[in-house]
Design a protein around this ligand. Structure first.
Ligand code: ADP
Ligand code: MG
Length: 231
């Protein structure tokens, strides 16, 4: 029985969000993606392995407000046998490079997507370049997708590092592994300032007060495609 369950968990599509450091938007992006999946009727399992527990706090706050955003992977130990179980797993990791390693072993490779969230800047680029070039452990590189966050195409420096990122992945024939970047948006109705505080409404739902920015829509669409889910 346990063996069967283990096998099934390995097959659940897992999106692991990582960076070389904190504050890049991993938690924001992972929870937004969870909300996007929920908005189209999917059930997600959110795993927060960061000691800061920001994603877990989002899960808890939404629950306090009456909205379940994370579902179990199995009904083992569940008090409610009618509960929905998750079809996609999202893992939010701390800003530590090796945090993806256990998941290379825990998952079937085809079901693992490592989303590296970072800014289009020298410091992030250099760390990611080194990691990407040096590490092809267990097919790591083919599992990596880059998500540039807080992007501004009016910044020449950011544009330059975005081009460098494209060049880096094209050296390995992975051009499609750069996701559409997410712009920096704070206090306006497009902004993310309140998102991680939790809400009784899905960010992407029509009755939410937020307007979903065009760039975010595009990124979410691409992530859904990776998940093999129709929006
Ligand atoms: N594109 C963005 N626009 C505006 N604020 C952002 C954006 N990305 C992240 N933030 C904010 O920056 C802070 C750090 O983001 P967070 O997701 O917690 O980073 P990490 O998980 O990588 O440490 C949070 O307050 C988050 O809401
Ligand atoms: Mg975080």
């Amino acid at each position: 029985m346990i063996e069967v369950e283990k096998k099934e968990i390995k097959k659940i599509k897992t999106f692991l969000f990582m960076t070389s450091k904190g504050g890049c938007g991993k938690t924001l992006c992972s929870c937004l993606f969870a909300d996007k999946l929920l908005s189209i009727g999917k059930f997600v399992n959110i795993v927060d392995v960061d000691a800061n527990q920001v994603a877990q706090k989002w899960v808890n706050k939404c629950k306090d407000l009456g909205r379940v955003v994370s579902y179990p992977l199995t009904l083992k130990n569940s008090l409610n046998p009618n509960q929905n179980i998750a079809d996609i797993r999202i893992v939010d990791t701390p800003g530590i490079l090796g945090s993806y390693l256990p998941y290379l072993k825990k998952n079937d490779k085809d079901n693992l997507f490592i989303i590296i969230v970072g800014r289009s800047a020298e410091s992030d680029f250099e760390v990611n370049e080194e990691l990407y070039k040096d590490s092809d452990l267990d097919g790591f590189r083919d599992r990596v997708y880059f998500l540039v966050n807080s992007y501004s195409d009016s910044s020449e420096t950011q544009k330059e590092y975005f081009e460098k990122l494209k060049k880096l992945v094209s050296d390995y024939d992975n051009v499609s592994h750069i996701l559409s970047p997410i712009k920096y948006r704070w206090g306006d109705s497009y902004g993310y300032s309140d998102f991680l505080k939790g809400s009784d409404k899905n960010y992407f739902s029509k009755d939410s007060k937020n307007i979903v920015a065009k760039d975010l829509k595009e990124t979410m669409k691409e992530l859904l495609e990776l998940a093999g889910v129709e929006s």
